[in-house]
Design a protein around this ligand. Structure first.
Ligand code: PEP
Length: 251
């Protein structure tokens, strides 16, 4: 059985004190009512070490939102996979559409990041997804297939530490959600690509999350689809009640 997962992406929101307060609130909410899925929060780098202390020994996993494509050295302002790991984090989001479009992250750069993250014992939440014009031109399948090229060199053992997140860019932060049917269709296509490039077993085992304006009111329907294994949540991860509402969609 593959894992059901709800992961939050805080992006560049919340100062340290606000982040600690949110993590503490979530910890208390989930201690009172055990979730029926894995729960992960991905925070800005500066929150990681402190939030690691808050969530230690709880059901909440912790991740970064990015890491460098270099191992170490004179790369001012960058944070390496090893540094992320040393905070106590277990995950890292890579290939988010905001990183691809605002910071020019290419398939090749992301391949380096994936390799470094996995080599340093981090699990990767790897994001893929098309922009509106690509969806309108019905090119979403070829776009995600090309983005997945950052993973094709991995061994199956390495791929077991990768979670995929399909996030149509036109649905991120826009309030426009893909329909459950649109999500199912492309998730099944993505799983087919994994089967073709790795194996049926790898495809069956990899979790594929949906992301893009997911909220408590639409999560249950989207998660009910057979190839949707949970969600990567942006805006709604910033309020404990909303994030918990999405987690509860698995109940
Ligand atoms: C995201 O950016 O990963 C995301 C899913 O954002 P939102 O939920 O705000 O659309």
């Amino acid at each position: 059985m593959r894992k059901k997962i709800v992961a939050g992406n805080w992006k560049m929101n919340l100062n340290l004190q606000e982040g600690v307060a949110l993590a503490t609130e979530l910890k208390e909410a989930l201690a009172a009512e055990k979730p029926n899925c894995d729960v992960i929060i991905c925070t800005p780098f500066i929150h990681l070490a402190t939030v690691a202390g808050v969530v230690e020994g709880t059901v909440i996993g912790l991740g970064a939102e990015n890491c460098a494509d270099k191992e170490k050295g004179a790369y001012t302002g960058e944070v390496s996979a090893a540094q992320v790991k040393s905070t106590g984090a277990q995950y890292v989001i890579l290939g988010h559409s905001e990183r691809r479009s605002y910071y020019g992250e290419t398939v090749e750069i992301l391949k380096e990041k994936v390799d470094l993250a996995l080599a340093n014992g981090l699990k990767v939440i790897f994001c893929i997804g098309e922009v509106l014009e690509e969806r309108e031109a019905n090119k979403q399948n070829e776009v995600v297939a090309a983005q997945l090229e950052s993973l094709y060199h991995l061994t199956e053992e390495q791929l077991a530490n990768v979670i995929l997140a399909y996030e149509p860019v036109w649905a991120i932060g826009t309030g426009k959600t893909a329909t459950a049917e649109q999500a199912q269709e492309i998730h099944a296509f993505i799983r087919g690509i994994i089967a073709g490039n790795f194996s049926e077993k790898a495809a069956e085992e990899i979790s594929i999350l949906y992301g893009g304006s997911c909220k408590p009111s639409n999560a249950k329907e989207i998660f009910s689809k057979p190839d949707v294994d949970g969600g990567l949540i942006g805006g709604a991860a910033l309020k404990c009640a909303d994030f918990k509402g999405i987690i509860d969609a698995w109940n």
